[in-house]
Design a protein around this ligand. Structure first.
Ligand code: DAK
Length: 253
């Protein structure tokens, strides 16, 4: 596929995807979802970690209001299904996914960031769920993911007030994990990515799956899943890592 909205860069196992619809604040339109869906379905095998970021002033300022406004109910449903399935594909990837939030992350943009495993924000990032201003509610899983990520009261506060918050406030709420100067955003995110990629690759994948899938299970089931994943690393990558530790060497995965 010839990308018109996404720009990709693959280096040292890190695939950086930049959304480049700057004139519309990277608002999510049907073309974005087609491109992102294609990218996620056809990830190069060399891509071991994905970073999603935006070009210009915005990460993503929400779903494309201009495109949505005239949709028929059938088209609206189609748009919804495509969006939901793309966001679930991001969440269900077995490689880590980091959002590098460079600017406005509003509505569907905040939901996109929340579908990633964690978020690094620049000091110029702004977060919010302004849907109630438009008479709608978050529709890409935002009510569900936000409450799980930052708790019921914080999610209620942000979604019911539509207030836009700074990166620092998002950090305080636990919506983002680190805040850095804008010129350091990609460099810092790539350093974090490289650090993750230096760890046991199977352990990273299984830890991600246990956290993600366990959250959708009752606690005892989640513990069983953890025990299974834990066990599968013995006489496997775990043996390599533990023996390297005992030999005071760096593990060679
Ligand atoms: N959609 C379309 N165009 C947008 C846009 C958006 N979400 N956000 C900004 N733009 C466009 C502006 O219209 C403007 O276009 P021109 O006038 O230049 O043609 C251009 O980007 C620059 O924006 P501004 O001139 O407004 O720039 P400012 O710096 O003054 O303000 C802003 C930046 C981000 C604060 C402001 O643009 C803003 O408030 N934007 C809208 C934020 C918002 O309400 N976002 C949408 C939330 S609702 C669904 C699931 C989910 C959703 C929908 C459906 N289904 C399951 C079906 C999600 C809904 C949302 O995301």
């Amino acid at each position: 596929m010839d990308y018109t909205i996404l720009k990709t860069d693959l280096s040292e196992g890190i695939l950086t995807v930049t959304i480049t619809r700057e004139k519309a604040m990277n608002a999510l339109n049907a073309r974005f979802f087609e491109e992102m869906d294609y990218l996620l379905t056809n990830l190069p095998t060399e891509a071991k970690l994905l970073i999603i970021t935006g070009a210009g002033k915005a990460f993503v300022a929400g779903a494309d209001i201009a495109e949505m406004a005239d949709k028929t109910p059938a088209e609206g449903e189609q748009f919804s299904l495509l969006g939901q399935s793309t966001f679930c594909k991001i969440e269900n990837l077995n490689i880590p996914v980091i959002a590098a939030v460079n600017g406005y992350a509003l509505g569907g943009g905040c939901e996109l960031a929340m579908a990633c495993d964690f978020r690094i924000a620049s000091t110029s990032a702004v977060f919010g769920q302004p849907e109630v201003n438009l008479g709608i509610i978050p529709g890409y899983g935002g009510t569900q993911r936000m409450a799980r990520l930052i708790g019921k009261a914080n999610a209620m506060y942000l979604i019911l007030t539509a207030e836009m918050i700074t990166a620092q406030e998002a950090l305080r709420m636990g919506l983002v994990q680190k805040v850095v100067e804008p010129n350091l955003l990609l460099e810092t995110t790539r350093k974090i990515a490289a650090n993750i990629l230096s760890k046991g690759p199977k352990a990273v994948t299984l830890a991600k799956m246990a956290i993600r899938d366990g959250l959708n299970m009752p606690f005892p089931e989640g513990q069983k899943l953890e025990a299974r994943q834990f066990g599968s690393l013995f006489k496997n990558e775990g043996e390599v890592g533990m023996k390297a530790f005992l030999a005071k060497q760096k593990p060679s995965w």
